[in-house]
Design a protein around this ligand. Sequence first.
Ligand SMILES: O=P(O)(O)O[C@H]1O[C@H](CO)[C@@H](O)[C@H]1O
Ligand SMILES: O=c1cc[nH]c(=O)[nH]1
Length: 292
Amino acid sequence: MSLKASELILNPDGSVYHLNLRPEDIAQTVILVGDPDRVPKVSRYFDHIELKKSKREFSTHTGTFKGRRLSVVSTGIGTDNIDIVLNELDALVNIDFEGRAVRKSLTILNLIRLGTSGAIQADIPADTLVLSDLAIGFDGLLHFYESEAVQRADIQYAFLQYADWSVLKAVPYVVQADPELNELLYSENMVRGFTATHPGFYGPQGRSLRLMATDADSNQTLASFRFKNLRITNMEMETAAIFGLARLLGHKAASVNCILANRSDGTFSPDPSAAVDHMIRYTLERLAAQGT
Ligand SMILES: O=P(O)(O)O[C@H]1O[C@H](CO)[C@@H](O)[C@H]1O
Ligand SMILES: O=c1cc[nH]c(=O)[nH]1
């Protein structure tokens, strides 16, 4: 069945609507960063850059690192943007734009988020690299898709009961990283994490400037939750949607987050740009060493 012009939206040059990319523009391994200014901070380590394109907050560089083709794409902030980026990256590899039809043979992308995040546990200091095994999404995005099969209902219901969750908020969903990609990225100096993905930076993450949050203790509630030996480690604004949509679309996803703030003791990284640079160099070397 042909996808209508209103559903698969293509620009006059044949590129996909928001990302402004054509199928040949992306590599099979894509690094996702929130901040468009982080894209050149990744690609400056490439052997060479073959493509630079951008539109709105979505900036893409494609090139090679130690001979391996990689793309780095900025998502901007939030899971609403992740919905666009994951659907359009998938369309680039799995939909034939000329025939406007899903391809018979599907391509699996490796999607690796390199983000910044706040820790909620006292023993995870600023500058730590957290590799997320799981994520809990408080944004509700995944519930707009048929997604029960990829949700960890056991953890979700335990959390709902524990937190006495208000029905006025979206039902949290728990989703997993790709275990193979995580093994490839992991080393002992990282912390394995269970990442909370919020639909905002202030109220949803327990910050109050002039507006009061409905639950002033929400970070403590999250930090105290236990499921078997699991605890929620850190919070940011994209990982759960990346894990959930990647699983639904058949891609592999991982999320490495550099801890900038520790919300438990109120500290902040003394040198955030050095911490982010360390995360970038670590991940690139890891990908090159493992041949992904
Ligand atoms: O540094 P990035 O990747 O943007 O990630 C974090 O930083 C932003 C908030 O400052 C949110 O996008 C959050 O997830
Ligand atoms: O506290 C923080 C730090 C970075 N990003 C977030 O979303 N929260």
